[in-house]
Design a protein around this ligand. Sequence first.
Ligand SMILES: *Cc1c(COP(=O)(O)O)cnc(C)c1O
Length: 237
Amino acid sequence: MSTLELNYQHVLQRLQQACTQSNRSSQSVRLLAVSKTKPATMVEAVYALGQRSFGENYLQDGMDKITALTHLHDIEWHFIGPLQSNKTRPVAEHFQWVETVDREKIARRLSEQRPADMKALNVLVQVNISAEEQKAGVLPDEARALCQLISELPNLCLRGLMCIPEATGDEQRLSTQLQAMQALYQQLAAEFPAMDTLSMGMSGDMELAIACGSTEIRIGTDIFGARDYPANNPPNN
Ligand SMILES: *Cc1c(COP(=O)(O)O)cnc(C)c1O
């Protein structure tokens, strides 16, 4: 077995175990393979193992792979990076999901630019659950208003919420944030019936996130290995 296959099977095992521990079906958690900075050949190799959903952070890096892999008809691309309003068009035209919508202007542009012959673009509202300054995402008490707006836009489908909790080694602190996210999600999902997705949990905290009700974990490092670009020097967006 290749390292990539071993890594992938190990993540699937961890997902399964975490679900069992929380009395949840493993079908209730989607695995998003975060392939940012990794080549199309690696995406194709993980696709061959049965994986269908892939996450990209950088527009050009993601578009290169989408273009190279159009023969994989049932592959599903999620945009999970920071999105500037002048870069919304390629996202609206080529991705099935956007997980990082945090303001009205971006939502409106995505809806306007979604091609008429494509299904509605699935949208998650990014929530700054740790209320850190300079961090992307709406504050928790602003989430409802943005959800309302998105639910009324014709070419978007409001599917749920996403967060990147504080990078902290303090498990209790992290757990408090993930639980706050779960509570916010439950409250809004009761109001917006199309909501079925709570995207939280990465390589380091997927078990805790699943225990807190995550329905989608976003795993990069533990599948693909360490990234080729340092975080402070991403490829051109
Ligand atoms: C890179 C990234 C991930 C994956 O993180 P890993 O720790 O490598 O698993 C998940 N979500 C977002 C938004 C990311 O940018």
